[in-house]
Design a protein around this ligand. Structure first.
Ligand code: PLP
Length: 377
């Protein structure tokens, strides 16, 4: 057994030690409830509001446009259900892309069950959404269009800013799951032109169980967690102060290190990719250019990715299938892009972070060499 190798950073990331240190005082020293009016509460409220300003600045929104959630799944639920239920009579349609995260797709299925119409937009073989179908589908009946910025399986970047005008013309809310983008690429909600943007701390070396929902001023959502009226009455419940501080710190660090990290991660990814592509018939899944720098998703037509992963447990990578109730279904993202079931079963995803090294890439290539018939370069 070699040292464990972590190449599954799109699932979750290692917490940055500076993030941990920033959080620690809020467990045993400044543990007040941010809603309380005494010294402990006021002190906590102050740091929470500072964190909110920090995060707002880094995504170019205003502090009062941010809601803290338990993560992206919750943010997506608040956004989609909140937008759908806000509309009374008349409009009934939601549009989402077929390659969205399950948090979006499963929420859409629920909305269908309670009477909304959901249209699922196809993508081309590069994973980019089909603008023609979108133009034909979007209309005055449409409540919201939900498009992710960066795909978690392939890293493909959707042209969100190109959708703004179309949405404005039709009075449609543009909802964007930016969970795989925030902390990895510059983020400007105004430039993107989104009405709602969602992300999660644990995908960029922040803590698990904390996320942010940005809702542009004027956007109205029906709350779905009722209680003490916290977070503009949209998401009640005592604020998770250590996690909020940790998320703000993680985003600050990501911004500070962004130039250095994006170049070094890209170099590692490209080195890994170049060597994996020496496998016979291997090819990259997703658009080569419109793609984030930390992911490579490659189809090796001759292998079964799942049994390969099980044979090498010390190597943390992900495959082109999802285990749903003990049966392995091929990835809905890859099949939406036109891959056959067996091509999807033969696909591997490597997602990198700032903690990966060139030495680890060498080790991965050495381990996988015999299985993938790599030519050593
Ligand atoms: C991880 C992820 C989610 C879910 O985030 P949680 O914070 O774990 O709920 C949603 N969307 C995308 C694109 C993701 O990668």
């Amino acid at each position: 057994m070699t040292e464990p190798l972590y190449f599954d950073n799109n699932s979750t990331t290692r917490l940055d030690k500076s993030v941990l240190n920033s959080m620690l005082p809020y467990f045993t020293q400044s543990y007040g409830n941010a809603s309380s009016q005494h010294h402990f509460g006021l002190a906590t409220k102050k740091v929470v509001e500072q964190a909110r300003v920090t995060i707002a600045d880094l995504i170019h929104g205003s502090p009062n446009e941010l809601i803290f959630t338990s993560g992206a799944t919750e943010g997506i639920n608040i956004a989609l259900k909140g937008a759908a239920l806000q509309v009374q009579g008349g409009r009934n349609k939601i549009i989402a892309v077929t390659t969205e995260h399950k948090a979006v797709l499963d929420t859409c299925v629920y909305l269908e069950q309670i009477g909304f119409e959901v249209v699922y937009l196809p993508v081309d073989r590069f994973g980019l959404l089909d603008m023609e179908t979108l133009n034909r589908t979007i209309d005055k009946q449409t409540i919201a269009l939900c498009v992710m910025l960066v795909n978690n399986e392939t890293g493909v970047i959707q042209p969100i800013a190109d959708l703004t005008e179309l949405c404005r013309d039709n009075d449609v809310l543009l909802i964007c799951d930016a969970t795989q983008a925030v902390g990895k690429m510059p983020m400007d909600v105004k430039e993107l032109g989104v009405d709602i943007l969602i992300f999660s701390g644990h995908k960029f070396h922040g803590p698990k169980g904390i996320g942010v929902l940005y809702a542009r001023k004027g956007v109205r959502l029906v709350p779905h967690i009722h209680g003490g009226g916290h977070e503009n009455n949209l998401r009640s419940g005592t604020l998770n102060v250590p996690n909020i501080i940790g998320l703000a710190k993680a985003l600050e660090i990501a911004e500070m290190e962004s130039i250095h990290n994006s170049i070094s991660i890209l170099n590692l990814r490209d080195s890994l990719e170049r060597r994996l592509l020496t496998s016979p018939s291997a090819k990259i899944n997703g658009h080569i250019k419109n793609r984030i720098n930390n992911v490579t998703n490659i189809c090796f037509p001759e292998i079964d990715a799942n049994s390969l992963i099980q044979r090498i447990p010390e190597l943390a990578i992900s495959n082109g299938s999802a285990c749903t109730s003990a049966v392995f279904e091929p990835s809905h993202v890859l099949t939406a892009m036109g891959l056959t079931r067996s091509e999807a079963y033969g696909s591997l995803r490597f997602s990198l972070s700032k903690y990966n090294t060139l030495k680890e890439i060498d080790t991965v290539v050495n381990i996988l060499g015999p299985y993938l018939r790599l030519i050593s370069i």
